[in-house]
Design a protein. Structure first.
Lengths: 313, 409
């Protein structure tokens, strides 16, 4: 296991480095001068030169890259030209709502999806199974922004259980302001959980070790919830980790619907403002998040299934 | 000679003090209005502490019979008739709570492939601990100690270390030992072993069979051993049930069946395994020609007729009913073939298509009752007169021997 973790960590560091290289050179090697663009193309040569000096863009490329890497490691991602403030600081304020939203959304998806998948798998093609399929398909067919608006309308405006927009920190604030967005995000993801988990549960339930567990007199919940689930979650974890990109995209939409000042809406703003440093930093962070999550997924799977540790060595 | 169709109960070797008695068991698949019947009117008894073998070719319904005893037939399969009686309790009528209790305490089961019958993501110890805690109400620490003791009892070296191993870290033989430890953890009175040694090499096979007989002696446990290998059955069993096409076609003590099979299928099965006496210089044996029936084949009369070397006209109207082999000795078992002794007259010649030599077929002392059963006397009479009216018409040509002599396995 230790060996597996070390290998997997080394791989992740490699990918992260590659990610840094790609983001850096994408910005610096594409035709067009980011400073010119940032100044709206109206900057005088002097002004451009000054900003370039300020940002260190007049130095050799490799020196800049070294600085950039050093900055990444120490958490300094440069200056935002448009907002004239350190990128790390700007992102720092906006990252928490998004991260919490994603985790909360994932939690909602699992809380809804896992029990439904088990219930559906206990009596496949029964009335309940078909009902679950109908409802989840319906939820999946609704675009996230529309689902979000409907939820805001019902639980926010009519029932007044939750505010319809904004963000507050602290547990109470998070529960109040992020529940509807998280449900919006989680519902469409719950469909994915129900679908994959149900089908892999059904597959696992055909196996002999399930039969053997039943033959030892173990109860049905124990057989399905313990013996079958532990084998069946692997596929779901994989699908969810692949879907993490979808989650990040979904966050951008949901943040706009509920006007949450998160990284998603920051990305939209900075693209609109052509704030390259900021876009680059957000891309880097989003990429890093995906890499770290896939690392976490692999470690989780290796913990659950001992054979993964052998197979993926 | 033996009376052919006497008015005796179908299951001659049923004992009143049986541990398990299965009767009239029927297992179906497919639509209810046009079912595919995989197990037909199967009866079986096991006395306390007895080892009974269930033998037959692939697809004969051995596993389904075995599973029915534990009510483990999964959809779309279903038991549509019969009773499974365990110590006076009807297993098929148990509530789910009673059924769990029955599975937990009274009966255990092991499978053909010990790798797929252990959960790959759980340690050996997790399996044992879970079972011991659920079925014997042990604490964590007690379950651990008992689990290790169980592993030791089934002959697993270094049980403390193996307790922490995952199934894939063990060899096939070791995994089967673990399965035996698990299945016998609550000292059941009956162990169902569905081809327990088929996936193992010969040496390991012998060790596992030894272990099973040891455990039987130690725990006083009855065992039902499913196999398609007569060698395995002969080594451990007291009695044997031979299955063909979803029916039990012969039952009896292993020695009698081995020395004097009373059903052509049993005979063919015995002839197809290497002679045990001449293990050192195996005689090349022939397989049974033709193929076992498909579930979709509904055969009139004797199910074995299409492949039977001794089939005669009229076999297609013989009911599949077990008759005692010897009315005077109920312990000798029973057979579903009314043509006895079938072997007299020599094998059926598929090329010439000639009927078996009728001369030696003895005349039964009393004719059959009003059943459709054909008596040996009738057979003899018909064959002697060469009455063509009773020869199989093309429509019922099933009785003719398949021309391909290919072995089934
Ligand atoms: N789920 C199922 N659906 C349809 N038919 C089935 C199913 N399970 C078993 N059968 C059929 O029932 C018949 C008997 O099956 P069973 O597993 O009892 O055979 P077996 O004697 O144990 O053979 P083997 O030696 O191959 O294990 C077979 O013809 C098989 O095709
Ligand atoms: S009844 Fe006829 S076909 Fe069937 S086993 Fe006996 S001799 Fe063969
Ligand atoms: Mg089988």
């Amino acid at each position: 296991m230790t060996l597996y973790v070390l290998r997997r960590l080394a791989l992740s560091v490699g990918v992260l480095f590659g990610l840094a290289v790609v983001t850096f050179f994408m910005i610096h090697l594409v035709p067009g001068d980011p400073v010119q663009l940032a100044l709206g193309g109206r900057g005088t040569p002097e002004a451009v030169a000054e900003v370039r000096g300020q940002l260190g863009l007049d130095r050799p490329l490799l020196t800049q890259f070294g600085d950039f890497l050093g900055g990444v490691v120490t958490g300094d991602l440069g200056l935002s030209v448009a907002q004239n403030a350190p990128v790390t600081e700007i992102i720092g304020q906006r990252l928490a709502p998004s991260a919490i939203l994603i985790v909360y959304g994932l939690f909602v998806a699992l809380v809804i999806g896992v029990p439904l998948a088990i219930i559906a798998a206990l009596r496949p093609n029964g009335v309940v199974d078909n009902g679950i399929r109908l409802v989840t398909t319906f939820a999946f067919a609704m675009p996230a922004f529309w689902l979000g608006l409907m939820l805001a309308l019902i639980f926010g405006l009519s029932l007044k259980w939750f505010p319809v927009s904004g963000y507050e920190s602290g547990i109470g604030g998070i529960l109040r302001t992020l529940t509807l967005p998280a449900v919006t995000l989680g519902l469409s993801l719950a469909v994915v959980v129900v679908r994959t988990l149900r089908s892999s549960l059904l597959e696992v339930l055909q196996t002999e070790y399930i039969d053997a567990a039943r033959s030892r007199g173990l109860g049905e919940w124990r057989v399905v919830g313990r013996h079958a689930l532990r084998n069946a979650v692997m596929a779901t974890i994989t699908v969810l980790s692949v879907d993490i990109g979808f989650l990040i995209g979904g966050t951008v939409v949901v943040e706009s619907v509920f006007q949450i000042p998160g990284a998603g809406s920051l990305l939209v703003e900075s693209v609109r403002a052509r704030d390259y440093e900021l876009v680059q930093a957000i891309a880097l962070i989003a990429g890093a998040a995906v890499v770290l999550l896939s690392l976490a997924t692999d470690l989780l799977q290796a913990t659950i299934d001992p054979r993964v540790r052998l197979a993926k060595r | 000679m033996t009376a052919v169709a006497q008015d005796l109960p179908g299951v001659a070797d049923a004992t009143t003090d049986a541990l398990l008695s299965v009767d009239g068991l029927r297992v179906e698949f497919g639509p209810a209005d046009a079912p595919l019947v995989a197990v037909k009117d199967v009866g079986l008894t096991i006395a306390p502490g007895e080892i009974v073998g269930l033998i037959g070719e692939s697809g004969s319904g051995k596993s389904l019979t075995c599973r029915s005893i534990m009510r483990l037939i999964g959809a779309p399969g279903r038991v549509t008739a019969g009773t499974v009686d365990f110590e006076g309790r009807d297993v098929l009528a148990m509530s789910s709570k009673e059924l769990r209790d029955f599975r937990a305490h009274d009966v255990g089961m092991i499978y053909q492939d010990p790798f797929s019958s252990l959960n790959p993501v759980m340690r050996i110890g997790d399996h044992l601990r879970e079972t011991l805690r659920a079925n014997r109400g042990m604490s964590k620490a007690e379950a651990r100690a008992e689990g290790i003791a169980l592993l030791e009892r089934v002959g697993i070296p270094d049980p403390e270390r193996r307790y922490l191993s995952y199934p894939h870290e063990l060899s096939g033989g070791m995994r089967q030992r673990v399965m035996i430890a698990l299945a016998t953890a609550s000292r059941p009175r009956l162990l169902l072993a569905d081809e327990p040694t088929t996936a193992l090499d010969v040496t390991t096979q012998a060790q596992i069979l030894d272990l099973l007989t040891d455990m039987r002696r130690e725990l006083g446990m009855a065992v039902l051993v499913v196999s398609h290998d007569f060698g395995v059955i002969a080594q451990v069993c007291d009695r044997v049930c031979v299955m063909y096409g979803g029916h039990v076609v012969e039952t009896g003590p292993v020695e009698r069946i081995y020395a004097d099979p009373q059903h052509p299928y049993t005979k063919a099965l015995l002839d197809s395994v290497p002679d045990m006496e001449s293990a050192g210089n195996p005689v090349r044996r022939e397989g049974i020609p033709g193929y076992p029936p498909e579930l979709t084949d509904v055969l009139p009369g004797c199910v074995f007729a299409p492949r039977c070397a001794h089939a005669r006209p009229g076999c297609t109207s013989v009911p599949m009913v077990l008759q005692p082999v010897d009315a005077a000795a109920p312990d000798a078992g029973s057979t579903a073939c009314p043509v006895r002794p079938f072997s007299v007259g020599g094998p059926f010649d598929p090329v010439a298509g000639s009927p078996p030599d009728p001369v030696a077929v003895p005349v039964s002392p009393q004719p059959a009752a009003a059943t459709a059963a054909m008596t040996a006397a009738e057979t003899a009479a018909r064959a002697q007169t060469g009455d063509p009216g009773d020869l199989p018409a093309p429509g019922e040509a099933r009785i003719t021997q398949p021309t391909d002599q290919e072995s089934t396995r």
